[in-house]
Design a protein around this ligand. Structure first.
Ligand SMILES: C[S@@+](CC[C@H](N)C(=O)[O-])C[C@H]1O[C@@H](n2cnc3c(N)ncnc32)[C@H](O)[C@@H]1O
Length: 289
């Protein structure tokens, strides 16, 4: 089927900026650590009486988190065959394929690659009418980019098998990200992200629909001291990523820049030993089928 215009925003500069952020923030390590604690219990429940398990990753990027999830699943239920479908519209899908080629245990898993946005995958599945159902669907740090939160959760829940789970990892309510993006919504939520969502919006939606879920905290912080040194390249790259701009210093008026820096220091962070430590807590939400 011909792919329509919308792929994802994550090409070129966006990918580089995200990789820089990952190196600096320790975000993947924080996610991996929490998933290693949370997932084995979840997988034992999901896998009860199942002879095979089907997993779907949406917005998987370079696949580092998916690789961890699949590895935990294999070691929790070693006798159960697994399939993996991946929906990712950016060039990062190539990196994900290269990662799979390097990890021996993943080579046993048949992967189906869907190089398209979540919205186009939904259209394609609905047009075909034969929905492959899944035991576990994961969306890690991508719910900000989908057109419609409610529609996306409804669609992916409809793909869950009995006892399946949809796992959404998102910035936590009241985290530094949540405070920054909600305070400066008018200036920040103008490009790929037009409606900022933290766990607050996801949980509010789940509650409004009476859907069953569990939430786990994924604690994380990182050092943003260099953001306050205008000559620091690291500081500028971090500010670019955190405000989703190519050039923080050229993108805002001096008043807005000063306001953002003040907010980052006073409301989004704590200060310790002369360092400014940003609250980057995440939330891991398991939505029931
Ligand atoms: C912040 S990255 C997270 C990548 C990966 N899940 C991780 O945590 O390392 C966001 C990812 O969502 C993807 N994405 C953005 N909009 C999307 C959409 N509408 N449908 C599917 N994926 C999307 C991007 O291509 C990118 O890979």
């Amino acid at each position: 089927m011909a792919e329509e215009a919308k792929t994802t925003c994550y090409d070129g500069g966006c990918v580089k900026s995200f990789q820089f952020y990952l190196q600096h923030s320790g975000e993947h390590q924080a996610i991996f650590q929490s998933l290693h604690n949370i997932l084995p219990g979840e997988f034992k429940r999901i896998g009860l009486d199942k002879s095979s398990l089907d997993v779907l990753g949406v917005g998987s990027g370079g696949g580092e988190v998916d690789a961890q999830i699949l590895t935990v699943l294999q070691s929790t239920l070693p006798a159960v065959p697994i399939t993996a479908d991946i929906v990712e519209g950016s060039s990062q899908l190539t990196d994900f394929k290269a990662l799979v080629a390097k990890i021996t245990n993943l080579q046993k898993i048949p992967f189906a690659w869907h190089l398209m946005s979540s919205e186009n995958y939904e259209k394609q599945v609905k047009a075909k009418g034969d929905m492959k159902k899944f035991d576990f669907i994961q969306m890690v740090q991508m719910i900000y980019y989908v057109d419609n939160l409610a529609g996306t959760i409804t669609f992916y829940r409809s793909l869950l098998k009995n006892n399946g789970r949809l796992m959404i990892i998102v910035e936590a309510a009241h985290s530094g990200w949540d405070i920054l993006w909600k305070t400066y919504k008018k200036e920040l939520a103008v490009d790929a992200i037009t409606e900022y969502r933290s766990s607050a919006e996801v949980i509010a939606y789940l509650k409004s629909e009476g859907l069953k879920y569990e939430e786990h905290a994924i604690p994380n912080t990182f050092d943003i001291t260099e953001c306050f040194d205008p000559s620091s390249k690291t500081g500028e790259h971090l500010l670019d990523f955190m405000t989703a701009k190519n050039h923080f210093y050229q993108s805002f008026t001096p008043e807005i820049r000063a306001g953002i820096l003040d907010l980052l220091r006073s409301k989004c962070s704590t200060e310790k030993d002369g360092k400014v430590i940003f609250n980057s807590n995440l939330s891991c939400i398991f939505v029931h089928a």
